[in-house]
Ligand binder design. Structure first.
Ligand SMILES: [Zn+2]
Length: 74
């Protein structure tokens, strides 16, 4: 997966896995300044009762990151 560099400091980014209240969540985070996207949970989506797979959560986190990375001119 090709992640854009950090919009703030230009460093490489990576996908991070995190466990939160028994759920596995993903976010994309800068390896240097540690800015990151919001956490994207796997499991049941409470809004529509659909299962969110690991792949779906990761790609959602990546798209959040890629969108933000287009802001500004860093
Ligand atoms: Zn950064």
């Amino acid at each position: 997966m090709n992640l854009k560099t950090c919009p703030f400091c230009g460093s490489p980014a990576e996908i991070k896995e995190q466990s939160y209240y028994g759920r596995t969540m993903y976010r994309v985070s800068c390896t240097k300044c540690h800015c990151s996207t919001e956490l994207v949970p796997t499991g049941i989506n409470l809004l529509n009762n659909e299962e969110i797979t690991i792949e779906a959560a990761q790609s959602r986190a990546v798209s959040l990151w890629q969108t933000r990375a287009t802001y500004g001119t860093v």
